[in-house]
Design a protein. Sequence first.
Lengths: 271, 330
Amino acid sequence: MTGLATEDVGVRVGGRSLVDGVSLEAPRGAVTGVIGPNGAGKSTLLRAIAGVLPHAGRVTLDGAPLPRPGSRTRARLVGYLPQCQDVHWPVTARRAVELGRLPHLGPWSSLSRADTAEVDAALTKTDSTRFADATVTTLSGGERARVLLARVLAAQTAVVLADEPVAALDPGHQLAVMEMLRDEARAERRAVVVVLHDLSLAARACEHLVLMDGGRVVMAGPADEVLGSPWLDRTYAVQFGQGHVRSVPVVTPVRRLEAGEHRPEEHRHAS
Amino acid sequence: MSARVPVVMAVLAVGLVGALAGLMIGYVPYGPLTVLEGLAGFGDPVATAIVREVRLPRTLLALEVGAALGLAGAALQGLLRNPLAEPGLIGVSSSAALGAVIAFHFGLMAWADWALPATAILGAATTTLVLLLIARRAPGTLTLILSGIALSSLAGALTSLALNLAPNPYALNEMVLWLMGSIKDRSMDEVVLVLPFLLVGGTLLLATARGLNALTLGEETAQTLGIHLGRLRALVILGIALVVGAAVSVSGAIGFVGLVVPHMMRPFVGHQPSRLLIPSALGGAALVTVADTLARILPTHQEVMVGVLTAMLGAPFFLTLVLRQWRTMP
């Protein structure tokens, strides 16, 4: 397989195991969604792959192990959009996006014309050109989220990791961002891994899904298989109703399951 | 880059005018022509001696010390992502002063000239390192300032202890005068002594520009952009310790320059840390030169120490910043 793969990845923080024995594949050319309840270890897994948390196990890209975390060679391969959207200085949106080109610059060289072109393209893709010269700290949450996404896209990495990239966005921009990530994956053959809470969005935008709980992978596979599995309800302790609205998949929570009720046969499938 | 050039030129002009004024003003005022003649070495021998041996070292030291403090302030603010960070405010300068006082106390300078800058640099490095460890575990302005105050008080107490246990009145007098922060009565020897430390430290700090920019998006993101955080922190700490330690060792504690200068520069060059470094160094040089000249022309019966003057102007400035930040907080 060409793409990102983890083998038996584990993360322990302060003696506690947050992610344990995770092996998954995120092929190039597709969007892989990571879903699961709060505390399932989704963000921790993403941070481990991004190289900001030390981890056990192996992470490979196209079969080869990734370079050392914190190195520029790794930064040219793996882009990471964290959940936290802090920007510590009131720089312009354009300056923030330009930081995405850092891994491609020589130690003393400044942005070339090609770098600037990538920055412009990323601003256009995220619909952020309009406020490119505004200060990031004055932007709305949604605008800021798009600028930070543009920063990741400007890096042109083979792997894009995004931790809840649509959390701050209105429905229109949620769809736009997910479509954009899908286009990036398909057109540029990137492996895109996205942590999502909105299962309808996951059903619609992700080819593959990884369902996590308690730091482990419960189930992984094509999106419809994972969403159609009885494990979904059990993992979330929620009964989901599923169907289609004008051929768009919809997954919506119906009710919380009581303790002892988490059995697979509780699963309902209505179309 | 282009928008920065006029600002840099303006700051340079202020620095040069300040330096020229520094050479002209004094107990015996000289015109610009006499000063230039004196510098070149022809003209009235008394004027030449005064300009070259008294006023020139003082002016050069003002430029060196100011550049060091301005640059260190900008770099520290970038590293800690906090516009209130300043080497003097958070105990780095007072620890450098403690190191220097220890050198005075034990008479280490009799052993080697560079013992004074070396102990000052060591003191500055220790405190910066401790602050960084604290900032990593508990980020936030309040923690930083409070820990800085604690470290500053500790250094102050230990400095008082050194004064308390001074071996003789002569050493005590020497330490107290030095602690007030002045570049009066210095010689070219001191100008030359600190220069290598400033050059090495300054180069280290300028090399961190790109890493400091990446830190704008937080430590984790910086790391995924290919920035080696450990190396970046080490470079900034070493750089700040070298330039602040060296500056403090010749001038005593001159506070608030590192805080005020980056703030004065931001409206002109923007907030990106890399774009602030060189303008802050130049701005610091200009500010200390002008402040030192001002200290000389103030009509007081004893000359005001430049460290006293910067603190008197800088402290209210800092208070305004704190109030402004508090008001904009959600």
